[in-house]
Design a protein around this ligand. Structure first.
Ligand code: DHB
Length: 395
């Protein structure tokens, strides 16, 4: 038998991505102890390039809970986006339509802010652990793991949170008979690049073209993020800078609009799928973020959804540890899933409206343009998109 060092905490959290760290931080503000363990090193998480759009609710939580106000100083507030089709751009004016905005602030900066805050507050976050296994999740959760120095631990907790991402170990601890999984595959992926170039336009451009979808996003004054629809089996090696820019140009340039080009410094193919596991709770185990759900990237809902899960879960833990009431814990899964399915629909809708299906015929192509026109020509249509994109009010 392995000799294990035993340690106790109120909430054990598996996964130190934004969801796990945010929860640990919020719990600390209420005097609730937590230990976070993570397979990857802090540097490895920080290097991962992810989406860059934060809903106003996500920004408020980061700032108001005291993580950091760097997003307000270094992030860019965006009051709208452009939908581009048939060679024309149509602005969706968030501010005018719903009185809200989003912030362009990359997920890697959100992670850096959270990791720095947890460190400064003396939070117990252990990166680079191995051999993680969650036991007795129904009644008496324990997490076995080995730390970077090779010491074996047994972490005992009142509750366990699986915030361990899209390849979650925790979600499989919910027995098959007690769970349901939903999958939806899409016949395409995104080719994502970082390029050294100035902004091509003040706001993000979501483009539907006969050659496929393209998204013109941003990172800094001198580095831009762009994506274009590609085959899921696309080989990065076949794409030099000239071929990438030619592809982007034919999807977005025209009618006086021209992309500003420059050297491509990063390339990646991003898979596309929708996934949900229900319920998000089993006994003492709670799932949060990608561990329970994945959305396709169109509309940038993934991180925002994870942060919303964690906000609702924090309020439930806070209520339980303050009053002993389990009412909010019992309502967690249903409440979180309500928003998850709204976001699944929104991400699916944006995806299907803007991408070309490989098998699309002329009817489908013209129907899609009709759909886009029905959105941009109606204040109600634009407001529907704006409310979902900037983030629905919390229930
Ligand atoms: C980004 C990614 C998205 O999926 C999106 O809808 C908008 C922006 C980004 O990485 O900047």
């Amino acid at each position: 038998m392995t000799q294990r060092t035993t340690v106790k905490t109120q909430v054990a959290i598996i996964g130190a991505g934004p969801a796990g760290l945010m929860l640990s931080h919020l719990l600390a503000t209420a005097g609730i102890t937590s230990t976070v363990i993570e397979l990857r090193s802090r540097e490895e998480i920080h290097r991962t390039v992810r989406a860059g759009i934060l809903e106003h609710g996500t920004v408020n939580l980061l700032v108001d809970s005291g993580v950091s106000d760097r997003v307000l100083r270094e992030g860019d507030k965006h009051d709208g986006i452009e939908l581009r089709f048939n060679g024309e751009s149509h602005r969706i004016d968030f501010k005018d339509l719903v009185g809200e905005a989003v912030w362009l602030y990359p997920q890697t900066d959100v992670f850096a802010d959270l990791a720095a805050r947890r460190e400064a507050d003396g939070g117990d976050v252990r990166y680079g652990v191995t051999d993680v296994s969650a036991e007795d999740v129904e009644t008496n959760p324990r997490v076995l793991f080995t730390d970077v120095d090779g010491t074996d631990w047994e972490l005992q907790a009142e509750f366990l949170v699986g915030a361990d991402g899209s390849r979650s170990h925790c979600r499989s601890r919910i027995p098959e008979a007690a769970r349901r999984r939903y999958f939806h595959e899409y016949p395409f992926a995104w080719f994502g690049i970082l390029a050294e170039a100035p902004h091509s336009s003040p706001e993000l451009i979501y483009a539907n073209s006969p050659h496929g979808f393209a998204l013109i996003s941003q990172r800094t004054e001198t580095v831009q993020r762009m994506y274009f629809q590609c085959d899921p089996a696309e080989n990065l090696a076949g794409w030099d800078d000239d071929r990438i820019w030619a592809e982007l140009r034919r999807r977005v340039n025209g009618n006086g609009f021209e992309l500003k080009e420059g050297p491509v410094i990063d390339k990646v193919v991003l898979p596309f799928r929708s996934f949900v596991q229900e319920p998000m709770r089993h006994g003492k185990l709670f799932l949060a973020g990608d561990a329970a759900h994945t959305v396709p990237p169109t509309g940038a809902k993934g991180l925002n959804l994870a942060i919303h899960d964690v906000k609702v879960l924090f309020e439930a833990f806070e209520s339980f540890f303050r009053s002993g009431s389990t009412a909010l814990l019992d309502g967690y899964s249903g409440g979180a899933l309500d928003r998850v399915w709204k976001a699944q629909h929104f991400s699916y809708w944006m995806t299907s409206m803007l991408h070309q299906l490989p098998a699309a015929d002329d009817f489908e192509r013209s129907r899609q343009l009709g759909e886009l026109r029905s959105v941009v020509s109606s204040r109600h249509g634009r407001a529907y998109l704006a409310e979902a994109y900037t983030g629905w009010p919390s229930a």
